[in-house]
Each structure stands twice: as C-alpha cells, then as structure tokens.
Design a protein around this ligand. Structure first.
Ligand code: AMP
Ligand code: ZN
Ligand code: FE
Ligand code: FE
Length: 283
C-alpha cells in the first residue's frame, strides 16, 4: 500500500492547537508514513514528538519554520532534519522570538490603550508553552466576543493594513537558510504561492532561494490547486530544486486544513518525496 507523508505541521509549541504527542497520535491513526514537526521559530515541540513517534511507530522528522525576509516581504523557510539536540539554531531562533515579543507588546499595548480588555499577561497565562502570535490574539478576541471568528479578527484588527497590525523585523533569508544548514538540516522554500508574486517575481524569488542554499520548494501544499501543484512540480527541476510538501496543519485554529496528505483534503504526498529529500541530506 502506498504511504503518504506530511512535511509541514504545527503544534502547541507555536500556533497549532494539538500538542506534539497528539499530532503524532493523529498521524498514526491516519496511517501516515512520516510527519515533520515545523513550528514557527521554535523546536520546543520536536523532542516530545520524536518520543511519541518512537512509542507509536511513526517516523517523525525534526523541523522548523523560520519567518525570513526577502526584499521586505515575508518568506517562510522550512528546515527539515535539523538537529534539535544541538544549539546551532539557537541564536537565530532567539533573535526571532525576541522580535516577535517586541511586536506582540506593540500590538497588545495599542489595543489595550484603545480600551480592549487584553494584556500579554493574560495571553501568556492562556498559552503558556506557545510561541505567541497573532493567531492567539485573534482567538482571544473571539472568546471575549469582540469578533465572531479568527478571520474577522484578522480582517478587522490584526491583518496587514489593519489598525493594530505592526511590522516585525525578520531574519534575512540568507541567515535563515544558513542557520538551518548549520544545524544539519536542508532548507525548503515554504508555500511559494502565498506571497502574491507574479510569475516573473516568483522565478526570481525561487532562484534567489536556490542561490542561497535552499534544497527544495513546497510544491505539495494544502492550499495549492492541481494546476498550481503541477506548475511548481515542473518549475522545481528547472531551478535545480527538489520538491517537498505538507499540509501546514494548525489543528482547530485552521479548521479547513487537515493533517496528512490525502485524507479529507485530497493532498497526496508520496513517501518517495521524503526519500529524495533524505538522499540530498546524505550527499
Ligand atoms: P504571526 O506569526 O503572528 O505573524 O501570525 C501569522 C499566522 O497568522 C500564520 O499562521 C497565518 O497563517 C495566520 N494568519 C495570517 N492572516 C490570517 C487570516 N486572515 N486569517 C487567519 N489566520 C491568518
Ligand atoms: Zn502558524
Ligand atoms: Fe508559513
Ligand atoms: Fe506553517
């Protein structure tokens, strides 16, 4: 029986709603061949997932998703096979976490000044082990009745161009890729179609990623349609990149995205994709 993988998954260590163990248990239930834990700016969930994987017989790839900067725009870089037991990623992640904390303070401070009942203390108490971000704030605003959905919170308050949006300093793409490679991982350009680029801009972006040392791009992704997937699958070899992919599962915080490839949302990422990525790492 053909096995499928999911190489882009979030847990409670960042802004997913399932603990690392729960994600692994779900992967087991769905019969997935392997999953990669790729939390935003944090490897804190990896060890628990690896242990759960050993207990349940699920292959768990240690990973990370770093928010990097490309010409002033966000560029997410996924790292796969990073060594989470070493400290190589620490400086880059500490820096990102610090910048994120600064931004959180600005957003929450501005909202509180305008009379919203919100504070960092409350958010930290509600989400003690998470890398706090806008999704947590959005959920809190919904629970308090300010908005009726996470989407509304982003549309009215937190999204780009909204009154409480604040920019955040990001690592350069080069620094993100280097940090991943120094920790033994391979760098993957995440969801290349999420940045709103024209075809020409997309080519430049992917070429830059390749030049900086990225090994692959995410051709398989839960928000890609069949034509988009086909386009990226054909672009990758032209650029000398391998392909990777994953769902970007966030649990109930993004209820339209399901864990795994091929169950409810029709995304199917064959195990051979992971095998090709593994052989890159060994070369
Ligand atoms: P942050 O890391 O704080 O910048 O928040 C980024 C997270 O917010 C990512 O997981 C995004 O997918 C999520 N996000 C961004 N815009 C929206 C939106 N309009 N609705 C729901 N989630 C969003
Ligand atoms: Zn996220
Ligand atoms: Fe992302
Ligand atoms: Fe993600």
């Amino acid at each position: 029986m053909e096995r499928f993988v999911d190489l882009h998954v979030h847990t409670t260590a960042s802004d997913g709603t399932d603990t690392p163990s729960r994600v692994v248990a779900l992967a087991k239930k769905l019969g997935l061949g392997a999953i990669a834990i790729t939390d935003h700016d944090s490897i804190a969930g990896v060890e628990e997932a690896v242990q759960a994987g050993k207990d349940l017989g699920v292959e768990v790839i240690p990973g990370i998703e770093i928010s990097a900067d490309y010409l002033g725009n966000k560029a997410h870089i996924v790292g796969l096979f990073v060594d989470h037991t070493r400290e190589d990623l620490r400086p880059a992640l500490d820096w990102s976490v610090y910048e994120r904390a600064m931004r959180n303070e600005k957003i929450v401070g501005a909202m509180a000044a305008d009379g919203f009942d919100i504070s960092l203390e409350t958010l930290n108490r509600l989400y003690p082990d998470s890398i706090l971000g806008r999704p947590h704030m959005a959920e809190y605003l919904m629970k308090k009745g300010y908005v009726s959905s996470v989407k509304e919170a982003f549309d009215r308050y937190l999204g780009e161009g909204c009154p409480y949006y604040r920019n955040k300093e990001r690592l350069s793409m080069e620094m993100a890729v280097n940090a991943i490679r120094h920790s033994g991982g391979i760098a993957v350009i995440a969801h290349p179609l999420q940045y709103g680029y024209s075809e020409m801009e997309l080519c430049c972006f992917l070429q830059t990623g390749k030049d900086l040392g990225c090994a692959a791009l995410e051709a398989y992704y839960s928000e890609h349609g069949p034509e988009e997937q086909a386009m990226l699958l054909s672009m990758a070899p032209q650029l000398g990149l391998e392909v990777s992919g994953g769902s970007d599962y966030h649990g109930s915080r993004k209820p339209h995205i399901f864990l795994g490839s091929g169950i409810e949302n029709g995304l199917r990422i064959p195990y051979s994709v992971l095998e090709s990525l593994k052989s890159l790492r060994e070369n």
